[in-house]
Design a protein around this ligand. Structure first.
Ligand SMILES: CCCCC/C=C/C(=O)SCCNC(=O)CCNC(=O)[C@H](O)C(C)(C)COP(=O)(O)OP(=O)(O)OC[C@H]1O[C@@H](n2cnc3c(N)ncnc32)[C@H](O)[C@@H]1OP(=O)(O)O
Length: 259
């Protein structure tokens, strides 16, 4: 499928989705948002794909929602644009496959919110992250108020939203906002290494981990723990569980098939 605002490519079991409006720092307009949704949907239903990596072309991961669109938005359309963006982020978070945001530069506003919807964030040393919407007289609308708070805690999240300050990647790593930081020359290699490691695990187990963690975090501890035990029953019916245990006992590498 041809896209205008993103590039997609497959490398074995890894799928790359590259935001491709570099002259506008990959700002999210409606077209990009819809293509992003479609590409993730395609990769999610592609059995060959085990891990999805999202990144940006040029010096930005994504500088947020396209501000030029704001001048013509009526309140009703603003609500629709925010709602659609949130739905796309929710969808990305909800898919069963692991997602990695490879933050190669600015991840601001809706761009950071996209990264927050991914499971793991890795960044280059030059990257800067922030929610600068406050400087436009608005506030995050693609899930940032909720997801950032769950990841870095209320105090730091409120500070980021209230000041709009951009945070260097190394500080973001200290706050737990990004998992790892690398020199930009190594970012792609290290991301690929991480993605390949995850791609060799059981897709069923990965999918259950995502579901239980994402649902559990919004539930009581008891409900989360109960989902964990129920999932355990389910995982014992899979071929991947048989394969993993057999491989261990026979001292060989497992070959998980996702069944
Ligand atoms: C409707 C629901 C929305 C829901 C929630 C989401 C809200 C948002 O995301 S609001 C946007 C938040 N983001 C920002 O406020 C960042 C805006 N950008 C900047 O502050 C700067 O561009 C920068 C600090 C990221 C980089 O500065 P610099 O290196 O000097 O690069 P330029 O400013 O010259 O940018 C190059 C080029 O890109 C255009 N651009 C950058 N960001 C956006 C954007 N968010 N929307 C539209 N266009 C953007 C910028 O205008 C330049 O274009 P030209 O002037 O045509 O060269």
């Amino acid at each position: 499928m041809e896209f205008e605002t993103i590039e997609v490519k497959k490398e074995g079991t890894l799928a790359w989705l590259i935001l491709n409006r570099p002259d506008k720092l990959n700002a999210l307009n409606l077209k990009l948002l819809e293509e992003l949704y479609q590409a993730v949907k395609n990769f999610d239903s592609d059995n060959d794909v085990r891990v999805i990596i999202i990144t940006g072309k040029g010096k930005a991961f994504c500088a947020g929602a396209d501000i030029t669109q704001f001048t013509e938005l009526t309140p009703v359309n603003a609500w629709k644009f925010a709602k659609r963006g949130r739905e796309v982020m929710d969808f990305i978070e909800s898919i069963g496959k692991p997602t990695i945001a490879m933050i190669n530069g600015y991840a601001l506003g809706g761009g950071l919110e996209l990264a927050l919807a991914c499971d793991i964030r890795v960044a280059s040393e030059e990257a800067q992250l922030g929610l600068p919407e406050i400087n436009l007289g608005i506030y995050p609308g693609y899930g940032g108020t909720q997801r950032l708070t769950r990841i870095v805690g209320k105090g730091k999240a409120l500070e980021m939203m209230m000041t709009g300050d951009r945070i260097p990647a190394r500080d973001a790593e200290r706050y737990g906002l990004v998992n790892s930081v690398y020199p930009s020359a190594d970012l792609e290699k290290e991301t690929r290494k991480l993605a390949e490691k995850i791609s060799e695990k059981s897709p069923v187990a990965l999918s259950l981990i995502k579901e239980i963690v994402n649902r559990g975090i919004d539930s009581s501890l008891l409900t989360g723990l109960s989902m964990e035990s129920l999932g355990w029953g389910t995982i014992f019916s899979t071929e991947d569980k048989k394969e993993g245990v057999d491989a261990f006992l026979k001292k060989r590498k497992p070959n998980f098939k996702g069944i």
